[in-house]
Design a binder for this molecule. Structure first.
Ligand SMILES: Cc1ncc(COP(=O)(O)O)c(C=O)c1O
Length: 428
């Protein structure tokens, strides 16, 4: 919901002692504003709670949620690894000086060029299916290069999230079912016979925006038991298990927040106790939080345009951005909440849809928002926009991608606003 260090002075929103109206004036709108303190708190929270004296615990930030070079710096500072999904992600990380052997490289349809880049830079590759493993083997044989991999399996856990972000049911496009013995057998034979491609262990990701502890624990037990079966059946020494991300965050008032500290520490406890019981305690375990590191630490600031009351009795408050900077409501009915940042203490007496300026009726950021009475040039602040907003931003209608500002002691632009000339760069 609201950023952790949000406060109100003179009816105006501040993050710590930084006036958000001043930030909007200085850097223009729409604008993504991240509180760097909260970002770093979230990184520390995972590192401090996902830890054990019996095995190595790695917090791997899922960069698909939000990636700019400034994030790479913070990840290095706090000892997090990174999950990447494309050559673009790998390139940003590489150019930012991120240690490439601390990258877990994902994707259900990796190209040869992507695999070659990942092999050259010693990333850990999460293999998705048999044909990809064969291709990877060929690349490594040609280059006489060893590579460490994990293989993505699907543990069949229904984690009650929206169907577009549920990834571990039996029909998911990601990985192979852990219950498909025939396919798993072909994969294991390929690994057993490979001179260059090493299987560290299995990877799973059971979905996103999961609000309960139980699916995470169920995933730990399924993954440990499955790994032990494979070790015994193929006499193949696995060292690692990766449990993926999916830690939910609160967006609106009724969301029950997942206790991230408890979830991370309970997972470690179970890895330890169940691992001992079944005879497989991995030496390295991984989780991949994305949303829960960046989501709540950001607000998007918009300038209000006109207020429209339709003949059909519906109210719209127009804003100077929309689905191009936040596609999630249109994509999977995601919910957000907001305030007018220069009227924080005014009574909330107006119900309206917060509508963007794109040429789509579905370009609504919040349906039936209850807000302070808006006027043109007010600054509307939408909460919890740090995850999958900037990274999913588009140029539909030739809208320009907003700038991104990090607030530490002072505001700092970490991604500049696109310009009209940026648009023309691609055209012939
Ligand atoms: C493989 C994998 N790991 C981690 C994540 C991060 O999920 P979240 O942002 O919900 O933590 C995702 C998200 O789709 C994913 O596909």
């Amino acid at each position: 919901m609201k950023p952790k260090y949000l406060n109100i002075k003179n009816n105006t929103a501040y993050i710590r002692d930084i006036n958000l109206i001043d930030v909007a004036k200085e850097y223009k709108t729409p604008l993504y504003v991240f509180d760097q303190y909260e970002l770093e708190d979230n990184m520390k929270l995972f590192v401090d709670n996902f830890k054990s004296s019996n095995f190595n615990c790695h917090t791997v930030y899922a960069s698909k949620a939000f990636l700019v070079p400034a994030m790479c710096e913070l990840l290095v500072k706090h000892g997090l690894w990174m999950d990447a999904v494309s050559l673009g992600d790998l390139y940003v990380a590489y150019k930012s000086g991120f240690p490439m052997d601390h990258i877990i490289f994902h994707g259900n349809n990796k190209s040869k060029a992507e695999l070659e880049f990942a092999v050259e830079h010693n990333c850990v590759i999460v293999v998705d299916h048999l044909e990809e493993l064969v291709l990877l083997n060929n690349i490594c044989e040609t280059n006489h290069k060893n590579i460490s991999t994990m293989f993505r399996v699907n543990p069949g856990i229904d984690a009650h999230t929206h169907k577009y972000i549920q990834t571990a049911t039996y029909v998911s496009k990601f990985g192979e079912s852990m219950f498909d013995e025939v396919t798993i057998d072909k994969i294991m034979r390929e690994y057993v016979n490979s001179k260059y491609v090493k299987l560290l262990g299995f990877h799973s990701h059971i979905g996103s925006q999961i609000q309960e502890l139980e699916p995470f624990l169920l995933n730990v037990s399924k993954m440990l038991s499955f790994s032990k079966q494979i070790i015994d059946k193929y006499n193949y020494q696995l060292t690692s298990v990766n449990f993926g991300g999916g830690f939910g965050i609160p967006y609106v008032q009724n969301d029950k927040p997942l206790n991230k500290e408890l979830t991370a520490s309970k997972m470690v406890e179970l890895i330890n106790s169940l691992g001992k019981e079944i005879g497989f305690v991995p030496s390295d375990v991984y989780i991949e939080p994305g949303r829960s590191i960046v989501g709540n630490s950001c607000v998007t600031l918009y300038t209000c345009g006109d207020f429209k009351h339709t003949y059909g009795d519906k109210n719209y408050q127009f804003i100077d951005g929309g689905m191009t900077d936040n596609i999630r409501p249109a994509l999977y009915s995601a919910e957000y909440s907001c305030d007018i940042a220069n009227k924080m203490n005014n009574e909330k007496d107006t119900i309206c849809d917060i509508a963007g300026k794109c040429c789509e009726s579905g370009d609504i950021i919040i349906y039936n928002a209850l807000i302070q009475k808006p006027e043109p040039n007010d600054i509307l602040m939408v909460y919890a926009t740090g995850a999958y907003n900037y990274s999913m931003a588009s140029n539909y209608n030739n809208m320009l991608k907003p700038a991104v500002v990090f607030l530490s002691d002072n505001p700092k632009v970490v991604a500049r606003r696109e310009t009209l000339d940026d648009l023309l760069k691609l055209f012939k």
